[in-house]
Structures are given as structure tokens and as C-alpha cells.
Design a protein around this ligand. Structure first.
Ligand SMILES: *[C@@H]1O[C@H](CO)[C@@H](O)[C@H](O)[C@H]1NC(C)=O
Ligand SMILES: *[C@@H]1O[C@H](CO)[C@@H](O)[C@H](O)[C@H]1NC(C)=O
Ligand SMILES: *[C@@H]1O[C@H](CO)[C@@H](O)[C@H](O)[C@H]1NC(C)=O
Ligand SMILES: *[C@@H]1O[C@H](CO)[C@@H](O)[C@H](O)[C@H]1NC(C)=O
Ligand SMILES: *[C@@H]1O[C@H](CO)[C@@H](O)[C@H](O)[C@H]1NC(C)=O
Ligand SMILES: *[C@@H]1O[C@H](CO)[C@@H](O)[C@H](O)[C@H]1NC(C)=O
Ligand SMILES: *[C@@H]1O[C@H](CO)[C@@H](O)[C@H](O)[C@H]1NC(C)=O
Length: 340
């Protein structure tokens, strides 16, 4: 009965709601949103306790997303956020998907003369996906294998640049075959970009169709040379580049891997627009593929990046990150190019 009265108050007197009623109304709104979330995504929980935990996680995410989008509607931010299928997950889920081995990768500061001299790029717009260098968006799932996706993406682009043929490189090969050996990667728990390139310079990359992605580490390397494509020659790693130079590098080498701090909720629930979060951290824990740049008429200059969180994340799997506003989430700290 009390509930019924409150709902009536909520419906008819929203303009004079007391603080308690506002809290109650907000709670109802979240309950409805959670029901819809469960229905839309076919979510089921083992038991009431698990569902309660999921609802607590969901509420927290919902509040952040809602507040952010209100800011967006006020014109105070250049991107929107969106609840996605991970909204009921705890921090553990995100931690498992992030990759802290990257923090110690490619961090050796290099002398100035190690930076290759490349011609100036005068393009105003570049989207390697439109030019055939980039495969469809993939999904790493609940596995910290971003290093495999980023390296596969860079080398797919490099193969395309050289042979005008778009291969699909097997991420699972990188996950299984660089684990616990001289390459020292850790399968789904994390790995290094440099070790993955090292592997591909010694062993031929296989087609994804021959070695499908499983989102878990089997541990057993199923390398089969007879159905492998080719080796890479080398790779280039650069730390702390400036954005002018990054543009030149991108135009010369094709898609590049980029390390980023992806732990912020703003990143995990990014939906559309030009991403900029001055509060995000500087611990490199995710790798993505830089594939272009341009200028949005409303939100200004951006870098175009391909993520490996599936097509339902961001702008159909892509994210545009603010260009010319500094080192957003440390994305200028670790850049690599695949050389064929
Ligand atoms: C939802 O679950 C039901 C029963 O398991 C299944 O038949 C249906 O295909 C699922 N729908 C979606 C959208 O996943
Ligand atoms: C706009 O957003 C920034 C951070 O994104 C925040 O610091 C500031 O207080 C906001 N301003 C308004 C008017 O909401
Ligand atoms: C880049 O190209 C892809 C494929 O053509 C397209 O889906 C995407 O919208 C483009 N993005 C931008 C920002 O140009
Ligand atoms: C790992 O791969 C081997 C070889 O195909 C297979 O026999 C084994 O069942 C796999 N193990 C797991 C846990 O998937
Ligand atoms: C390698 O692939 C070929 C062609 O599909 C197949 O005939 C062969 O059995 C495979 N070798 C191994 C070790 O799996
Ligand atoms: C790999 O896949 C491509 C198509 O994407 C195909 O043309 C090529 O023959 C395949 N190579 C091997 C070794 O299976
Ligand atoms: C950007 O980096 C390149 C390569 O290190 C360097 O030659 C150039 O002077 C830098 N430009 C600016 C504006 O700092």
C-alpha cells in the first residue's frame, strides 16, 4: 500500500517531491532500467544473492552514465555513454579484461635519433577502414588478450599495405603460442606487444579461420606451418610521441598499436562522440589500433581507434579520441608499427 501511494506521488506531484520521494523515484527508475537490461540481454542469475550484487553494480553504472549524459545534453562534454552488457559486472570483470603487463612494455626511453624520419602528412582525414586495411570489429571477450588483437590488427594492415590482401590473423595463435615460453606472455591474463611481434618475426602468422579465437588460453600452441601465412620482418616501437609526429607515422606505416589507460568508466561505457576525460589515469592497461583521424563538425579533431570489445561497444566498435588536447589516458606513450 505504501508503495502504491508513493507511486501515485511520483506520478502526480513530481514538481513538489521531497528528498525522500526523489530518492524513491530514482530507485524505481533504476529498478525499471535493470528489468529492461535483464530482458534485453537475456540475463539470468544463479540466485537472489547474485542478482542483488548485479543490481548494485548496475545501479552504480547507471548513475554514472545518466549523470554523464545529462552533462552531454547541457553541452558540457563531447561524448555520450551507454549502459552495455557489462553494466552488472563488478570491478573484477574489468580488471580481468585489462592487461597490466603492458605497463612495463615498450617503456624503454629511446634516443631522439631512433625516431624514424618520416615525410610530413598533410591529410586532413584518414580512415584506413575505408581503404581496406582493417578487418571487422572483433571481441576479445572475458580475456585480457588485447595485445593479440592490437598486434594482429597492425600486422593485418601492414600485410595489406604490402600485398593488397586483407588477411585475418589468428589472435588465438598469439595467445597460445606466446604463453609461458621465451616470449613470456600470460595468455588471457595479459601479454606484451613487443613479445607478440617477436613471436611473429620467428613464426608465421596463421589465418584466423585455421585457428579460431576461443577467449580463453588453452596453453597448447597449435601452430601448423602448412596453413600459415607469413612472418613479419620487424616492428617499430616508440614512446611518448607528439601528435604531429603520430599523424606522420600513421600515414607512412598504416594502422598502429596504441597503449591506453582504459580503466575509467567513461571509457568502458563510451558510446559516441569524441572521447576526452582529463581525469583518466596514465597506467597503460589496454591496447587498441589507431586507424585514422579527422575533425568532427561539432566536437572537433579526433583520432579514430579500433577497439576489440565487439560491435556493440562505442561507435560500432570504434572510438574517436580527442586530438590536439594532449595525452588523453596516456595514449601517446606507447606506439608500435608492424613492419612486413
Ligand atoms: C534468450 O534466451 C532464450 C532461452 O535461452 C533463447 O532462446 C534466446 O535466443 C535468447 N535471446 C537472445 C537475444 O539472446
Ligand atoms: C563540466 O564538466 C567538467 C568535467 O567534465 C566539470 O569539472 C565541470 O564542473 C562541469 N561544468 C558544469 C557546468 O557542469
Ligand atoms: C571509417 O570507415 C568505416 C568503414 O567504412 C566506417 O564504418 C566508419 O564509420 C568510418 N569512421 C569514420 C570516423 O570515418
Ligand atoms: C587444448 O587444445 C588441445 C588440442 O586441440 C585439445 O586437445 C584440448 O582439449 C584443448 N584444451 C582446452 C582446455 O580447450
Ligand atoms: C596442418 O594443416 C593441414 C591442412 O589443413 C592438415 O592436413 C594437417 O594435418 C595439419 N597438421 C597438424 C599438425 O595439425
Ligand atoms: C588465409 O586466408 C586467405 C583469405 O583470407 C586465403 O586467401 C589464404 O589462402 C589463406 N591462407 C592459408 C595458408 O590458409
Ligand atoms: C615531434 O616529434 C618529432 C619526432 O621526435 C620531432 O622531430 C618534432 O620536433 C616534434 N615536434 C614537436 C612540435 O614537438
Amino acid at each position: 500500500m505504501k508503495t502504491f501511494t508513493n507511486i501515485l506521488l511520483f506520478t502526480f506531484t513530481t514538481f513538489v517531491m521531497s528528498d525522500n520521494e526523489k530518492i524513491f523515484a530514482a530507485e524505481i527508475e533504476k529498478k525499471i532500467a535493470f528489468s529492461e537490461f535483464k530482458e534485453d540481454l537475456n540475463k539470468t542469475y544463479e540466485n537472489k544473492k547474485e542478482e542483488k550484487v548485479a543490481f548494485t553494480n548496475f545501479k552504480e553504472t547507471f548513475e554514472v552514465v545518466q549523470k554523464h549524459n545529462e552533462d552531454f545534453n547541457r553541452g558540457n562534454t563531447s561524448f555520450t555513454m551507454q549502459i552495455n552488457k557489462n553494466a552488472d559486472e563488478s570491478e573484477d570483470f574489468f580488471m580481468a579484461r585489462l592487461n597490466f603487463d603492458l605497463e612495463t612494455d615498450v617503456m624503454d626511453a629511446r634516443a631522439d635519433d631512433d625516431y624514424p624520419i618520416v615525410p610530413k602528412c598533410n591529410k586532413q582525414f584518414l580512415n584506413y577502414s575505408m581503404d581496406g586495411f582493417v578487418n571487422n570489429i572483433k571481441n576479445q571477450g572475458r580475456c585480457g588478450a588485447c595485445y593479440a588483437f592490437a598486434v594482429a590488427g597492425a600486422c593485418e594492415g601492414a600485410f595489406y599495405k604490402k600485398y593488397k590482401k586483407l588477411y585475418k590473423i589468428a589472435e588465438q595463435q598469439l595467445v597460445d603460442c606466446t604463453k609461458s615460453n621465451e616470449y613470456g606472455n600470460r595468455g588471457c591474463v595479459g601479454g606484451k606487444i613487443s613479445a607478440s611481434y617477436g613471436y611473429l618475426s620467428h613464426w608465421k602468422a596463421m589465418n584466423e579461420s585455421e585457428y579460431p579465437y576461443k577467449a580463453r588460453d588453452n596453453g597448447t600452441c597449435l601452430y601448423n606451418e602448412t596453413v600459415a601465412i607469413s612472418k613479419i620482418t620487424n616492428y617499430i616501437k616508440l614512446t611518448n610521441v607528439n601528435e604531429t609526429y603520430l599523424k606522420d607515422l600513421l600515414c607512412v606505416y598504416g594502422p598502429l598499436t596504441v597503449g591506453i589507460d582504459a580503466s575509467a568508466k567513461t571509457f568502458q561505457y563510451y558510446s559516441s562522440g569524441v572521447y576526452y576525460d582529463e581525469e583518466c589515469g596514465t597506467t597503460i592497461n589496454h591496447a587498441v589500433l589507431l586507424i585514422g583521424f579527422g575533425t568532427d563538425p561539432e566536437f572537433g579533431p579526433y583520432w579514430l581507434l579500433k577497439n576489440s570489445y565487439g560491435k556493440n561497444w562505442g561507435e560500432r566498435g570504434y572510438i574517436r579520441i580527442s586530438r590536439g588536447k594532449g595525452n588523453v589516458c596516456a595514449f601517446l606513450n606507447q606506439i608500435t608499427a608492424c613492419i612486413i
